[in-house]
Design a protein around this ligand. Structure first.
Ligand code: C2O
Ligand code: CU
Length: 431
């Protein structure tokens, strides 16, 4: 197999010699580098994978194997984490826990299968509060073996960035950001990518894959101009698609919507006091809408939970004005700030664990577990959506149930990346 470096860069699928079947392997290079991005009318010096912000959309078929080379063209370290994908531990891209940081000029080969279909994403996991806020992220889509028929499959990433007076990335370091709601940008954009390249008509059926790669900003995404259903959260299909209403999308979270366009599709955010317009997808022309009902996506294979063999409590503490904790940061988990020497939880492979997460801080958080999805349990202990990141408002408690079937050391941290950087991180050891 000989491919030029150039042809790799597009993230193409490599056909196996002598077959016309879909290739079993998907090869590409991801090269983080300095770029100029066009944001809010400015040419902003940012970072990007393969020259773009967002990075290239990685799109694979369920069951394929990814072979992705990280080619570090930054003047600093780099690592890539495959958020939500249940990869082998050594492919997880986490500094200290799973691999060494890739130094400038070096490369690293990631290889893993993608057993779960859905909407995932990849991002830097080295100084991520900084590198992700500068643009080191992209969508990672795994198509179902039997994908539902739609006219357009569109990825929408809601990204915010803090620009200074001159329209450049704000380099000022403000410790207050870390200890409060995070580093919230003053410029918000919906980065829309329609892989079909076709214009959307009224009546077309769309699959929208919404991703929040913003480091700290929570959105409540309203959609206008679409009649449809919410069909997946954090990549995983909902057994019963939900009525489309404004979607809470915390950093790192995803949501899939399938629906029929009734007009231009407008996104807005009503999380804060004022409603912000986030962007739109234009429509032109019209057609008879499809009559087929919107049904549940084919389920991914989920492990079967048993009675919890282990239970644990995780208390979210700290933030501006709170007492200090062991460790160096402002935020803490169970009285420790920063990655503890010992795991928060250690379990044999296959253990079902129930973790009760309690937010005692004055701010919301979104807790993300690597290498696994978990069920959010409702107040009655019934299993809700199967997610990889769970949002907790101030004072809120949520129990999650997880089958720890993926051996290794896995991070569990707040995905408000300023909070992670300022101490809100721990880890789980499986096997
Ligand atoms: Cu999306 Cu530990 O990260
Ligand atoms: Cu947080």
């Amino acid at each position: 197999l000989s491919l030029s470096r150039r042809s790799f860069l597009g993230g193409m699928t490599v056909a196996l010699a002598g077959t016309r079947l879909p290739a079993a392997t998907h090869e590409l290079i991801l090269a983080p580098q300095s770029i100029k991005a066009h944001l809010a009318g400015y040419d902003v010096s940012m970072l990007g994978f393969n020259g773009g912000l967002p990075g290239p959309e990685v799109r694979m078929r369920q069951g394929q194997t990814a072979r992705i080379t990280l080619d570090n063209r930054l003047e600093e370290g780099a690592l890539v984490h495959w958020h939500g994908l249940r990869v082998p531990n050594r492919m997880d891209g986490v500094n200290v826990l799973t691999q060494d940081v890739v130094i400038p000029g070096d490369s690293y080969r990631y290889q893993f299968g993608v057993p779960d279909a859905g909407t995932y994403w990849y991002h830097s996991h080295y100084l991520s509060y900084d590198q992700v806020s500068r643009g080191l992220f992209g969508a990672f889509i795994v198509e179902e073996q039997n994908a539902p028929a739609v006219d357009h499959d569109i990825v929408v990433q809601f990204f915010d960035v803090l620009l200074d007076q001159s329209g450049q990335y704000d380099e000022a370091f403000n410790p207050a950001h870390f200890a409060t709601e995070g580093r919230i940008g003053n410029t918000v954009t919906a980065l829309v990518f329609n892989g079909t390249g076709k214009t959307v008509k009224r009546g077309d059926r769309l699959r929208l894959r919404l991703i929040n790669p913003s480091i700290d900003r929570v959105y409540r995404v309203g959609l206008d101009g679409l009649i449809g259903k919410i069909v997946a959260l954090d990549g995983m299909p909902l057994a019963h698609p939900r009525t489309l209403e404004p979607i809470l999308l915390a950093p790192g979270q995803r949501c899939d919507v399938i629906g029929d366009a009734t007009g231009p599709i407008r996104f807005d955010d009503s999380f804060g006091e004022q409603t912000l317009s986030l962007g739109e997808i234009a429509v032109s022309g019209s057609r008879e809408p499809a009559k087929a009902p919107i049904t549940a996506l084919p389920a991914n294979r989920m492990p079967a939970p048993k009675d919890p063999g282990q239970t644990a409590e995780l208390v979210l503490q700290g933030g501006a004005g709170s007492a200090s904790h062991n460790g160096t940061g402002t935020w803490a988990l169970n009285d420790v700030s920063g990655l503890p020497r010992r795991p928060f939880l250690s379990a044999a492979q296959g253990t079902t664990a129930r973790i009760s997460i309690r937010n005692e801080t004055g701010f919301p958080h979104v807790m993300h577990l690597h290498g696994h999805h978990f069920w959010e349990l409702d107040a009655a202990g019934e299993a809700g959506p199967y997610r990889d990141s769970t949002y907790l408002d101030t004072g809120e408690t949520r129990d999650i149930l997880v089958v720890l079937d993926n051996p290794g050391s896995w991070m569990l941290h707040c995905h408000m990346l300023s909070h992670q950087a300022d101490g809100m991180a721990t880890w789980i050891r499986v096997g």
